[in-house]
Design a protein around this ligand. Structure first.
Ligand SMILES: [Zn+2]
Length: 732
């Protein structure tokens, strides 16, 4: 076992009871065990009727203790009748090795097997936890909701605590975005995430499914976090009462009652949660998590590629009007400016569900566009809304008019229904024939059109469906709420969470299969922009559109938020046309999208020669200096969340090389012409050279200690301007 060996090599197998791979652990009658890595350990007690996490700790803290949190489901339903369950520990079937633990509990009649698993997939960061329930009854059964994880820590009522959570960017960057609030007596919090965030004014936003609880303070404080690797409808809860802090994470029970159906032999698997202990600042916790996501969840092939994240020029600046001539012009200009991918957005196809090039716009098809891009040294990416049905008469299309596939739709369209320009009615890919069709369709597009990148947009993973013959649970049709929002037809009902559970799993299968066949393929998760940002899609996709507004402020706000928990390289901001009377404004527009994955979507052929020169320099600096930091360095939020008026800033520091950068942004307030940024992550005794890329000040040399105490002053008299302050180590 490779990872176990790695752990042993460095002497950090923090396992209380060691067993070889194949040995049943509990020959020794142990009642508790620890599993963990350098950052996180959990202590587990194997109760006779349920397992429990009794402590979450790290090497530096004693941690969080409790003992009565885990609840296993206590009944199932067979033929409409409730059958109580009495779980008992099967010691012989359970396993423990250095990096993995499976505790098996069984119910004799009806026969069920539950495997309660923990995994350590890296030396640092969180551990993963999953529960699998297998139906061994020989009949179809119905399960109630099994939470992924529950906690009940005993915390003195006098201890101050705070909670951090992050909103998704969705259509417009949220008003708060990054929440850090006190957790006092009587505190109650609920965070939800789904396959498609549709925020309504004044209501809580969907979260990136993650939360951190910590002691207040800038540094050296203890905390822990939990996140969910799932794109379906999930919920996380926290409440505090007396000396108890409790809550959980799992599929969203609302709207309920939740149930899921298992055929004989099938298994229900809870969405995987990750659980970690932290010590330090909010940014320290974020840096540890980002490193773990890169190491464990991301595609290692792209993480290792020095060109990831790529510089992209996208056609959406012209909207649906794009055609072959324009694509060719964009390819020529993209190559001349230093871009690395040409991304053809919506507008290329015949119609929604009819994913064939429009012959009036692309008479030679798309493969000639792809080959044109490749000849110019660019990769080629393509937009598609692959889960949307339209009303095409073409036999191979996904259309509401085809009787054979009509049942795949999440709901029937109303009479006279017509699709939008690029949105239709969602098909439920949790239905196996629909899933097979999508698999074939994306394979055809990637193969035939020589794609290097596939972007999925629109709404791909159903979270509501009124069909009675799909694998998900069904519900009374009278309880299904049908409506239109964001151009889609929705069918929300009591079974919505189970619909999303099946569809999300199908989505992962489709993309894993596609990646296997095309290992170099990049997958962009757009989903109407910023609406499907989670750790489940982070494990199959390579980057996210994090917000669907593209002005500099929205881009910086969404980046500020999401960069607390996800690797910067994955965080894509689209940069659109914006008023840039001065070259400083133009540069700020570009840089506001250059802290992570940069995608431009405006007509570069209209740029003045000064703008062209400037853009070429920005792209050059991105490749030579910024990208290596975005890929690997630690990130610190050294300014307040951007508000467009005052100053904001982001700092990257690569501790190994002693290099870094401060992105300094000055908002619209013309009076505050300078700002002091206190830097973080520097070594106190090391001396750093600060080079102001635009020449707003002369180079200075300071110790890390001075920069962490008094900081660096950036002076920018022009409103809506910016500076890149490059940090390098001075070697004496
Ligand atoms: Zn369905």
């Amino acid at each position: 076992m490779k990872r176990l060996k790695k752990l042993h090599d460095v002497g950090v197998a923090l396992i209380a009871i060691l067993a070889t791979n194949a040995t049943p652990l509990w020959a020794t009658h142990v009642e508790a065990a620890q599993i963990g890595n350098r950052d996180t350990r959990v202590t587990i007690r194997f109760g006779s009727s349920a397992p429990q996490v009794t402590q979450l700790s790290s090497t530096s803290i004693t941690g969080w203790t409790g003992n009565d949190a885990t609840t296993l489901i206590d009944h199932i339903t067979i033929d409409g009748k409730d059958r109580p369950l009495h779980w008992h520990f099967n010691r012989t079937a359970s396993r423990l090795r250095g990096d993995a633990m499976d505790a098996v509990y069984e119910n004799d009649v009806p026969k069920l097997r539950l495997t309660w698993s923990w995994r350590t997939r890296a030396m640092h960061g969180p551990l993963e936890h999953t529960i699998r329930i297998q139906n061994l009854t020989g009949r179809t059964i119905t399960l109630p909701l099994q939470d992924s994880f529950r906690f009940r820590w005993h915390v003195p009522a006098s201890r101050s605590l705070q909670q951090l959570w992050i909103d998704k960017g969705a259509g417009e960057a949220p008003p708060v975005g990054t929440h850090l609030v006190d957790v006092g007596e009587g505190y109650r919090w609920l965070g939800t995430s789904s396959t498609y965030a549709h925020p309504r004014k004044g209501e809580p936003r969907e979260i990136i499914p993650y939360m951190l609880v910590r002691s207040p303070g800038d540094d050296a404080t203890d905390g822990w976090y939990v996140g969910m690797e799932f794109s379906g409808r999930v919920a996380m809860r926290v409440q505090r009462r007396g000396d108890v802090l409790e809550g959980g994470a799992g599929l969203n029970p609302e709207p309920g009652p939740f149930e899921t159906r298992l055929l004989s032999g099938e298994s229900f698997v809870t969405p995987t949660v990750f659980l970690g202990a932290t010590h330090g600042s909010v940014d320290d916790a974020g840096n540890a998590l980002r490193r773990w996501v890169r190491e464990v969840l991301n595609d290692p092939r792209h993480v290792a590629d020095p060109h990831y994240p790529l510089l992209v020029n996208n056609s959406w600046g012209s909207g649906m009007a794009v055609d072959a001539a324009q694509a060719h012009r964009m390819i020529i200009d993209s190559a001349a400016l230093g871009f690395e991918m040409f991304h053809l957005d919506a507008g290329w196809f015949r119609g929604v569900g009819d994913w064939v090039p429009d012959p009036r716009k692309f008479p030679q098809g798309l493969v000639t566009i792809a080959d044109d891009a490749h000849r110019h040294g660019l990769k080629f990416g393509l937009w598609i809304d692959w889960a949307q049905a339209g009303n095409s008469m073409q036999p191979a299309s996904m259309s509401v008019l085809h009787a054979a596939t009509r049942d795949w739709l999440v709901t029937d369209p109303p009479p006279g229904w017509k699709p939008g320009e690029f949105k239709g009615i969602t098909i439920d890919i949790g239905q196996s024939d629909a899933k097979a069709w999508v698999s074939k369709e994306v394979e055809r597009l990637v193969h035939d059109d020589h794609l290097d990148m596939l972007e999925h947009d629109g709404y791909v993973v159903a979270q509501g469906c009124d069909r009675a013959d799909h694998p998900h649970a069904t519900c009374d049709p009278k309880l299904v709420h049908h409506y239109e929002d964001e151009g889609f037809r929705w069918a929300d009902g009591p079974n919505s969470t189970d619909v999303s559970y099946h569809a999300a799993r199908a989505y992962y299968d489709i993309y894993r299969t596609l990646k296997k066949a095309h290992p170099d393929l990049l997958l962009e998760i757009c989903n109407d922009g910023g609406r499907m940002v989670d750790f489940g899609s982070a494990a199959v996709g390579d980057y996210f559109s994090i917000v669907d507004s593209y002005d500099p402020l929205s881009n910086r706000q969404a980046f500020y938020d999401a960069s607390h928990v996800l690797p910067s390289a994955m965080l894509e901001t689209y940069v659109k046309q914006w008023p840039t009377p001065r070259i400083e404004n133009f540069r700020t527009m570009l840089r506001s999208g250059m802290m992570g994955w940069f995608t431009l979507m405006l007509d570069t052929t209209r740029w003045t020669s000064a703008q062209r020169d400037d853009a070429m320099e920005e792209l050059r600096v991105y490749k030579s200096t910024l990208r290596p930091l975005i890929r690997n360095a630690d990130l610190y939020h050294v300014g307040p969340r951007p508000d467009g008026k005052g100053w904001d800033g982001t700092e990257y520091v690569d501790a190994a090389s002693g290099t870094g950068v401060l992105y300094a942004f000055h908002g619209s307030n013309g009076k505050e012409i300078s700002h002091r940024f206190v830097l973080k992550g520097l070594q106190p005794l090391r001396r750093y050279r600060l080079h102001f890329h635009d020449g707003s000040a002369a180079d200075v040399v300071e110790t890390g200690d001075a920069l962490s105490r008094t900081g660096v002053v950036v002076r920018l008299p022009v409103p809506e301007s910016s500076e890149l302050v490059m940090l390098s180590t001075v070697h004496d």
